[in-house]
Every structure is written in C-alpha cells, then in structure tokens.
Design a protein around this ligand. Structure first.
Ligand code: ADE
Length: 986
C-alpha cells in the first residue's frame, strides 16, 4: 500500500519557492530549475519515482521527483539523470534540494518507512540511452534530511526544504550519470544542480588571468601566469594561484604601464598631448619640460621647439636648451711674454650648465692682405678649446703683430644647431698697451701701516676705465716680491704696510681693450709710531675706498675697528689648521661631548703624516705571513701572526700594497689605516698597525676567523636562532652608533663589509670609501659618474650624493634584511635601475621568511624616504636591546599577520610604518600630501584616527578618492594595532 497519492497532492499544492543563485566561480553543468521542457530522467522500476512538472508564477517548470512507498517493505526505486557532460571539470559538486517526511508522523509504517536515500554516479564517455544497471554505479553518499516534516507541518503549510551538497571526483570520463536510490522513504526531490568551480578571469596588478580550473587535491594550488593588459609590460612576472574553492590567492609580480602610457583604473591609457612618459613604470605621464611639446597621444618623449635641442645625455625630463650667446667684455693684459685674455660669460647660457669656450686666433700682419689662422707657434694655457674658465693665457706670440682672437661659447647642444657659432672678437697689437691713463699720483695721508693715494684720471680716455691696478713693493726689497690691489676709483688706501718704510707704487688702468702702460713709479713712506696711534697690528689688510673725499674718514674708522677688534681672529688664523684638528681630536670636542671626532685624513696635506698620527708603524720582523686569503684592488690579503714584545702572538689579517703603485694609490691604500686607526670599539675592526718604512706597504688588522658576514650566513643558512641573529644585528648597530657619534659616515655598509670572528662577534670594516668602492663589486656608476652600491644606498645619496648617518641607517636596514634572509641578495636579480625605480614608487623589501614583525618594522623604519624620519643608531641599539631582553616580542612572524583580512577592493597593500607621503603615493593619492600636512596630519599614527568626514574636510572632494583613502586607513589601523600589540616603539 502507498500513501503517495495523498501526500503528493498536498505537496503539489504547496509551491516551493527557491531561486538558484550561481556564483561567478561556479560553472553549472545541470540545473533542473532552468530546464524548460521535459527532463526525461528514467525511473526503475517504472512505478517507483514519480516525475511531476508544475509551473511557477513565471510559467517556468518546476521538475519534481517524488517517491513515498513507505508501507511496503524492500523498496529499491531508482531515478537516473540524463548524461551530464563534464566540460573542464575535474571535480563536480551536486546540490540537492528535497523534502523528506518524518516516518513518525505516518501511522503504521514502522519497520518499512525510511528517512534517507542514496546518491550514486557513473562515469561514461557517452550517453547510454535507457540502459541501466545499478551495479555499475558508485555510491557517493547516503543523504539524510536536516529537517523532515510531519502531517501537522503540512497542515500549517510549512515545507522544510533541505539543501545538501556533495563533491564528486576526480572525474576523468567525458561525462557521467547521477542516480538516486530510494529504499522506502517519502521524498520529493525538488531540484538538482551540478556545477564545478573555477577561478574566474580576473585583472590584478595590470595583468589578466584566465579562467582556471582548480586542482582536485584541495591542498595544492594552480600557479597561473598573468598576461599584461594592453600597453603594459612585465616588471616581475605577474602570478596568481588558483585555490580549490575557485578563489585567487597570493598575487605576485606585476605589470607596469609601458612608455607613453599611465595607469588609470586598472588600464594603461595614453599620455595626453603635452605630456609624456619616458620610462615604463607606475609613474604618471609628466608635462613636457620647458621648450618642448608633444602633439600625439602616448608620447614617450617631447619634441624640442624650434631653435632648442636635447643633447644625447640629457634626460627626457630636462628642458630643451639652445646654444649660448657669445661671451662678453673681452679684455686682455699683455706683457713681454704673455697675453692674458679674459671675458665675461654669455648673457644667455642657453639654459645649460655645460658651458665651455674655444679660442681661435687669426693673425693680421701688416704684410698680409687678410687675416690667416695663427700657426702652431702660439701656446694656449691651459688649452685653446674646451675652456671651462672664462680666461686663457697666450704664450710665444710674435712682437709687433696684430692678433685677432675669436672667443666662441658653446654648450652641449651647440653641435646640434645649424646656426653659426656666436663669437666675441678682440684684436690685439703686441706692440704694447697704449699710453698710461694714470696722471700724477699723490699721497693723501700715511699712518704707521697704511698709505692713502689718489691720482688724476685721463682727461678723455678713448675707452672707459674698468678699474686700476696698483702695484707696490718695499723699495729696499724690490727683487723679492711685490703686492698688488685693484680700485675702481682713482684712489686707494693700502694697509698692512711696515712703519717708517719707503714703498714704490705704480699704477695702470684697465679698459675693455686691456691694460694701459704703467704710470711712472712713485715712492712714499709710511709714518712712525707718533703718526698713527691705531696702527699697531702687523697683518696685511687692503681696503679700497669708494671715493676719496668724505668717505676716507669712514674707511679709516672701519680700518681702525677691524684692526683693533679682530685680534682674536688674527691669532686664530695664525694657528696651523693641523694643530687645531689634533687638539680637537685629542680633547674629544666632537659632535658629542667626551667622544672623539673623526678627522678626515684628506684634510692633511701630507697623507703619511695622517697615517703616523693614527697608526703604529710595525717592524716587518714582527709579522709572519702564512696564507693568502683574498685579493683586493691594491694587492693580496693574507692571514698571519703578529708578535709584540711582552705580549702573546696574535692572528692578524694583512692587506698588502703590490709593487708598481703610484703615489696616489699609496695614499688611497693608507687612507683606510688612517681612518681605522681613529676607532676603538668592539664592533669596529681593530687596526694593529702599518708597515710604511719597508716594502711591501701593509695594513695589519685583527683576524676575523669567519670572514665576511654575507658568505658566512650563506654557508650557515637557517642555522641560527632569531635571538642569535638579533645579537649579530645589535653588534653591527653598536659599531655604527660609535661611528656616527664620531661623525664618520661609512657609505658602504653591507653584509659583505662586516667581518665575523670565531665568537660570532661582527665588526664593521672597509673604510676609506673611494678605495673601498673601487673594490666593491656591488658598486655601480651612477649617471653623475659616482660609484655607488645602489641596493644598499639611500635614495638621496644615489640622487644627489647626500651621504649621512641617516643614509647609513638606510643601509643598515638592508643589512638587517641580508641577515634575516641568511645572505639573500637584496632585491634579488632586479636590475639597479629597477631597484631605484621601485624604491621611488614606494616599494620596500618584504620580510624574509621567518622574520619577526618587529624586525621588519625596524627595517621599514630605516627605509623611510624622508631621512630625518629614520631611526638614529642609538635608537636602533636600544630597540634591539629591548627585543633581546624580551624575546617573546620576537615570536610574531610576518607570516602570522599576513593572513589578516585585506582591505576591500583593489586598494594596494602598502608597507607598514612609512611616511604619509610614501603611504599616499602607494595608494596613488599622492596629490593630497599637502592637504594632509596643511591639516596637521604629519604622522601615520595621526592618520589612523581620521574618519571619512575628516578626509572630506581636508579637501578630498572626489567620492572615489575619499573611499580609497578611508579604506586604506582601515588597513593601516589594523596594521598599527598589530604593531602596538607587539610593543614596537623606536
Ligand atoms: N678579509 C679581509 N679582512 C679580514 C680579516 N680581518 N680577517 C679575516 N679575513 C679578512
């Protein structure tokens, strides 16, 4: 007997409302709710399951299968789906919606009524039609209802719909059947949905990633390489991983917009006319620099306006420039042997700094019809071409000849211009300068040490007088030396003379055409003690008066003040600068009281003196060289032993200067010893002494058994505890604190320049930058010609050589990263150019694997763009000390907090603890830096308190920008919270 009819009628009366929701990462293979015609599923036996099709409100069919033979024992009713094409699926999901009647609610059925049914499948490459053999099917699961319903529920019209999902796979055949086995339950199967999951096509970091089917094994991911969007190119191979649930995970690498294109909303759009972008990267198109233009969309470069040019080496961002105007005001000064030409720079340098001059000589002798180029007999000092100073001396000219000198100014774009070169010309007769333009010279007054003179100007000079040159000497010592001074007026006061001494004066005028002849010689005597009470100092001071009359008194008073009031200055000026340096060093008047100041050996005229001031000379008989352990630019590095009378023999490293060196190399070599010898700290390599009095010249330092830190770490990859690594970092920081307190900037701080001894003590080495950088394989030439270890160097030091203890702190951050990654190369195989670019874009090295958050925070702190925001070495040492005292602070690894919820949308991640400016750049909102600063938000901490209203208030008016900023602030807040929990404060 069956209760089916009553139940079914009631069931059909109750319309089941459901809507199938398909997510974007699901591909549906079958959905019975969307099949419009007959389903055509088979039932075995024919009267087991009933197929009922009803219409919903929208006139769409609801295909329902029901069975309810609860009163009859041994039920075995099968319902089989049609053949389902697998498509690309490897694993499918079967979602069943059904109702199931509670057996207890049906009288007289105990023993026969069931509350479950079974789900089966069978793979096959083709449809079998009606053929059905239950033994060919594999069971997927027994399906039970979470909720069954009773007769009462029916009365209340409450229908309890169950949804169950089962995974089936791996499936390899072209398709499969599903089968439902009823063994005596009262079931209505309302819908069957079969789907598989995929990671859907997506855009990430300017790359597209195709639809990807996850692996069947849910623990392994599918690595997918992205393709750059149009007009973008790979920076680091863009990759995503497709997870088993159809989610994209772990974005790596990225594409950047190509030259001529900039990023906007995930696409690369062409630069507008008037703008350009010369490099690939996430930088914006820039406005064409002055005197250049671009007409087309997507310009890589701007064209120069007519008459303006760009030299080969000019960067695209530089304004176009033009050749300079000619030099001005050429004057000359001639005597029997030399002709000195001098001129003023052109009024228009063309906008460039690489101005030079060429001097061309033409000779126009009396017998010559026209001018000819001068032969090779003339000598120009320093040279006739490529002069950087606005003067040249001409030697070996012929007397009684006319020379015309054409002086041409040129710059880096002169070659590119087709216009004739602008020149200034002057013709000079080597007969001699013209008549003297100086009349009678008279003494206005004389004191014990000074004399005031004045003279008559020429009545009507053919050329204006530029100034006068006054030459004077002691009459008694005419042959020894003379002094000279200049005055623009026909008067002068000459001070600093000896008392009661006769001086000889002669004066000549300078006009644009050169000097006139000298006036006759005039002799005047200085006064004695009685003649001038103020004159009791012995220094030479020359003051040129502005005019003779009333001004003379003012000048005398000024002179009096200077002479009497500046006694101290005079005494100081007399003190030898080397002595001063020595006193400063020995007294410890450095930037920090009580700490010695580093003295640059280059300030010594004689480098040997500096070496002996700071390094002990070692007799070679005390040194025993044992082995060669390395090679430097100057010679081998050896290990050996050093004996000191009354002391234990110690192991040493010996750097040698190989034979055939020039003085410059010897100086550079010994410079390192002069620097090292000034230091005395357990984390700075100790200088034992030098050998300079015999060959080879040597520098002897303490021996560090474990060699350089980078190779030491690589050799012992993963061998140390975090505390040991922090100990290493603490030592280096302590050495660097000592150096910065001494006022010494290292400039090449890197793990390769740290040495490690047998007790794992690290010591900073490699001093004397010029030599060290020549040696350093990681130092590269910059565009300005300097050699710089790019990966370790702060941006301001790369860009404009601003080296400081703050740039050393940046390098220290890189050393931290090297240490925590066991000697990995910073920025891996990225090119130097890419490193510079990515740093500029706000990218910072991520935490090495297993790196505690607190240490990565410290690194990021060291890599702040604004150098004054970086920690001082003293802060670094005390922070590391705190970590060592409280090792639990090192337990949170960066990996642990990386799983935190990400900011919604496509707001890019930014590193923690960067400046506001870096942060805004990283979310491409750099245009609001000034708004934040003007509103008093100067630290990231303060930003985390901002609401959307605050963001609006500071002038961010676009809603999209407000959202982007606020969502990034939320992430920032979360990161800050994490960090504060760890008690990070530097
Ligand atoms: N290589 C260069 N200097 C060294 C030193 N002091 N000890 C060991 N190896 C070195």
């Amino acid at each position: 007997m069956t209760v089916g009819v009553g139940f079914c009628l009631v069931f059909l009366f109750l319309k089941v409302q459901f809507s199938a929701s398909t997510q974007s990462n699901q591909v549906v293979l079958l959905d019975t709710t969307s099949v419009l015609g007959e389903l055509g599923w088979k039932t075995y036996p024919i009267n087991g399951w009933d197929a009922i099709t009803e219409m919903d409100e929208q006139n769409r069919p609801i295909h329902t299968f029901q069975v309810c033979h609860v009163m009859e024992p041994n039920q075995n009713n099968w319902l089989r789906s049609n053949w389902i094409f697998r498509e690309a699926a490897q694993k499918v999901y079967v979602e069943l919606r059904f109702t199931l009647r509670d057996c207890n609610s049906i009288p007289w059925v105990s023993g026969t009524c069931k509350e479950t049914f079974n789900l089966f499948y069978m793979e096959s490459d083709e449809a079998h039609g009606i053929k059905f053999k239950s033994s060919q099917y594999t069971k997927i699961d027994t399906i039970a209802a979470d909720e069954s319903f009773t007769q009462m529920d029916l009365g209340d019209r409450i229908l309890k719909l169950n949804t169950e999902v089962r995974e089936v796979g791996p499936i390899t055949g072209k398709g499969f059947y599903l089968a439902f086995q009823d063994i005596g339950a009262c079931i209505a199967l309302v819908s069957v949905r079969v789907y598989y999951k995929k990671c859907p096509f997506t855009f990430r970091n300017l790359a597209t990633f195709p639809d990807t089917i996850p692996r069947v094994d849910s623990s392994s991911l599918v690595e997918v390489r992205g393709a750059c969007v149009k007009n973008a190119e790979e920076r680091d191979t863009p990759k995503l991983y497709c997870g088993a649930d159809g989610d994209w995970l772990v974005p790596l690498g990225r594409c950047v917009c190509s030259v001529g294109y900039e990023e906007l909303d995930g696409a690369c759009i062409a630069c507008r006319p008037g703008f350009y972008k010369a490099f690939a990267g996430n930088i914006k198109c820039a406005k064409c620099p002055p005197h250049s233009y671009s007409y087309d969309d997507g310009s890589q470069l701007c064209y120069c306006e007519k008459g303006y040019f760009r030299a080969d080496k000019d960067p695209p961002s530089m304004a176009c420039t033009r050749p300079p105007s000619p030099p001005r005001n050429v004057v000359f000064n001639i005597n029997e042997t030399s002709l000195f030409l001098e001129w003023s720079p052109p009024s228009d340098t063309g906008g460039r700094k690489d101005l030079t001059y060429n001097v061309l000589c033409k000779r126009c002798g009396p017998g010559l019809q026209q001018c000819e180029l001068c032969g090779g007999e003339l000598r120009f000092v320093p040279r006739p071409q490529g002069l950087t100073n606005a003067s040249v001396t001409v030697l070996d000219f012929t007397a009684h000849a006319n020379y015309t000198f054409e002086i041409e100014s040129q710059n880096g774009v002169s070659e590119l211009s087709s216009f004739p070169r602008p020149v200034a010309a002057i013709t000079i007769s080597t007969d001699q300068g013209g008549p003297s333009l100086v009349g009678m010279v008279q003494k206005d007054w004389a004191s014990q040490n000074s004399i005031a003179l004045s003279w008559k100007e020429a009545e009507q000079p053919s050329l204006p007088v530029v100034d006068y040159e006054i030459k004077y000497y002691e009459k008694e010592h005419e042959q020894l030396s003379y002094s000279s001074t200049r005055s623009k007026m026909p008067s002068v006061i000459i001070a600093g003379l000896k008392s009661s001494t006769v001086y000889v004066f002669h004066i000549r005028a300078r006009t644009p055409a050169g000097y006139s002849s000298y006036s006759p010689k005039f002799e005047f005597e200085t006064g004695d003690e009685a003649s001038d009470m103020a004159a009791d100092q012995g220094q030479v001071l020359v003051i040129v008066t502005a005019s003779v009359g009333g001004f003379t008194l003012l000048v005398i008073l000024t002179l009096f003040f200077l002479i009497t009031g500046r006694c101290q200055w005079y005494i100081k000026a007399k003190m030898k600068s080397d002595d001063k340096r020595r006193a400063q060093y020995q007294n410890g008047h450095g930037p920090f009281p009580g700490i010695k100041t580093y003295i640059d050996p280059d300030t010594y005229e004689d480098p040997t003196q500096a070496v002996h001031e700071f390094a002990k000379e070692i007799d070679t008989s005390r040194i025993r060289i044992e082995r060669v352990i390395g090679a430097g630019e100057f010679g081998e590095v050896c290990s050996g032993r050093l004996r000191t009378p009354g002391k234990k023999e110690i192991p040493v490293a010996i750097k040698t200067l190989k034979g055939g060196y020039v003085e410059r190399q010897r100086k550079d070599f010994l410079k390192e010893a002069s620097i090292m010898g000034q230091f005395d700290h357990p984390n700075i390599i100790r200088l034992e002494g030098v050998v300079t009095k015999s060959r080879p010249v040597m520098i002897v330092v303490e021996y560090m058994e474990n060699g350089s830190l980078d190779s030491f770490l690589r050799k012992h990859d993963g061998h140390f505890t975090v505390i040991q690594l922090v100990g290493i970092l603490r030592g280096i920081a302590s050495g660097m604190k000592y150096l910065s307190d001494m006022g010494y900037v290292h400039r090449d701080l890197a793990a390769r320049n740290i040495l490690v001894n047998s007790n794992l003590v690290c010591k900073v080495s490699d001093f004397g930058l010029s030599r060290v950088l020549e040696d350093d394989p990681d130092a590269a030439y910059t565009t300005t010609g300097g050699k710089i270890p790019i990966r370790w160097t702060a941006p301001e030091a790369i860009a404009y050589r601003k080296f400081s203890s703050a740039s050393d702190a940046w390098s220290y951050g890189i050393v931290m990263w090297e240490v925590m990654s066991y000697g990995e190369r910073p920025y891996w195989e990225m090119s130097n150019q890419d490193v510079i670019l990515s740093i500029e874009e706000g990218y910072r090295l991520p935490a090495p694997m297993g790196c505690p958050v607190a240490l990565h925070q410290l690194m990021l702190h060291c890599w702040q763009k604004e150098r004054s925001h970086r920690p001082k070495f003293t802060d670094i040492v005390s922070f590391l000390d705190k970590l060592i005292r409280n090792p639990s602070s090192l337990l949170t690894l960066v990996e642990d907090i990386q799983g935190l919820p990400e900011s919604p949308g496509d707001v890019p991640d930014y590193p923690m603890f960067i400046s506001i400016s870096d942060w805004l750049d990283s979310i491409k909102m750099g245009q609001y830096k000034n708004n934040f600063l003007a509103a008093g938000f100067t630290t990231l901490d303060s930003v985390t308190t901002m609401s959307i209203e605050d963001v609006r208030q500071i002038g961010v008016t676009l809603i999209g920008h407000q959202r982007r900023i606020v969502s990034s602030i939320q992430t920032l807040r979360l990161q800050l919270l994490q960090v504060q929990e760890k008690g990070f404060h530097v």
